[in-house]
Ligand binder design. Structure first.
Ligand code: ACO
Length: 310
């Protein structure tokens, strides 16, 4: 059975924080942030909006887009490293709030690769006929764990949520191939410390990402039986424009065929790929039958890529 996305949705907080605003918080400049990262502004959730709230709005949006109701769901998975609390999971909170049946619900911890891990996990349950419709969400309130005095990291991140309903699709469509991986030895380069702050060795993460994202992108295209020339659209994890460009150049595709929400939202970790996907499907940038590559990397270290026929 072929497995694909029946609907997508996203939510971003209304509060816009520009690079100029960041200049008032740490010793940085709009010019430095733009040229080193591609980020122009990010959304930061107010105190009364937690991770589960953003996940809920994105989920409702994806269910509407799929033309399904919460009762139609057979499983709920939420990829996040910033849950409201370690337990109950955000997925269980959503099961209740959406009014879904008492189906399986769990959070996935794979940092920025989490949405890729979620989609691939959903595919297994559907392919084996265990379940039909699975809600997969990538959501982060990174502002909760951002050290607002550390200019090396605080300028990079934003809050938001993206969601997809995964289910059976017509033959030849949907997820064609995937690659997931991890290297725990690199865990020390990107982690949450005892003070609950995100700590990152930017240069090491950059080196890893600039190698892994292009390689995984090519791998899934080849696994699907295609050449890189066949790729219609690329959605790389929106972490740094220079890393994204490395993947785009390796695939040899033009600028307008790569998702570029980093400018508006910064790095939203697990939410970055599903937010870009939802926006670019709705704006018509992703069209029926397009060969789409999604590729992410993140803390763990982890990585994941998917080639998908839209
Ligand atoms: N404003 C001004 N100067 C700054 C800032 C800032 N916001 N941040 C760092 N600098 C300074 C540094 O202190 C350094 O100064 P020094 O040379 O005097 O020490 C200088 O700028 C250059 O620093 P580099 O680290 O060499 O800058 P680089 O060009 O590598 O860019 C960056 C840094 C943007 C963090 C880059 O390394 C990067 O993007 N790395 C990957 C990060 C990433 O993708 N993370 C994704 C995972 S996140 C997750 O999983 C949640």
């Amino acid at each position: 059975m072929d497995v694909g996305l029946l609907g997508t949705g996203h939510y971003v907080p209304t509060n816009v924080v520009t690079n100029k605003d960041m200049e008032k918080i740490v010793d940085t400049s709009d010019e430095w942030i733009r040229t080193r990262t591609g980020i122009e502004e990010r959304r930061i959730a107010d105190d009364d909006i937690d991770t589960s709230d953003m996940a809920y709005y994105a989920a409702k949006n994806a269910l509407d887009d799929a033309g399904l109701k919460a009762e139609d769901l057979d499983m709920i998975m939420v990829a996040t490293v910033t849950p409201d609390q370690p337990f109950p999971s955000v997925a269980c909170m959503l099961q209740d709030r959406l009014g879904a049946n008492t189906v399986a619900a769990m959070d996935i911890s794979a940092a920025c690769s989490g949405f890729m891990y979620g989609l691939v996990t959903a595919k297994q349950f559907i392919e084996t006929n265990a379940y039909k419709n699975i809600l997969v969400i990538g959501v982060e309130k990174l502002s909760k764990i951002t050290d607002w005095s550390d200019r090396n990291t605080c300028v990079l991140f934003g809050d938001g949520a993206g969601a997809a309903v995964v289910g059976p699709v017509s033959e030849g469509k949907g997820i064609l191939s995937f690659e997931l991986g991890s290297n725990g030895a690199g865990g020390k380069e990107l982690y949450q410390n005892k003070e609950d702050h995100l700590i990152m060795n930017g240069r090491e993460v950059f080196k890893f990402a600039v190698r892994q994202m292009p390689q995984s992108s090519v791998n899934v295209v080849e696994k699907a039986g295609y050449n890189k020339e066949d790729v219609d659209y690329l959605i790389p994890h929106q972490a740094n424009i220079r890393i994204m460009e490395a993947a785009r150049e390796r695939l040899g595709i033009p600028e307008e065929k790569m998702a570029m929400s980093i400018k508006k939202y910064g790095n939203t970790s697990a939410a970055s790929i599903p937010i870009a996907l939802s926006e670019d499907v709705k704006s018509g940038k992703i069209k029926d039958n397009d060969l789409v590559v999604m590729v992410g990397f993140g803390g763990g270290l982890t990585w994941g890529a998917i080639a998908l026929r839209w």
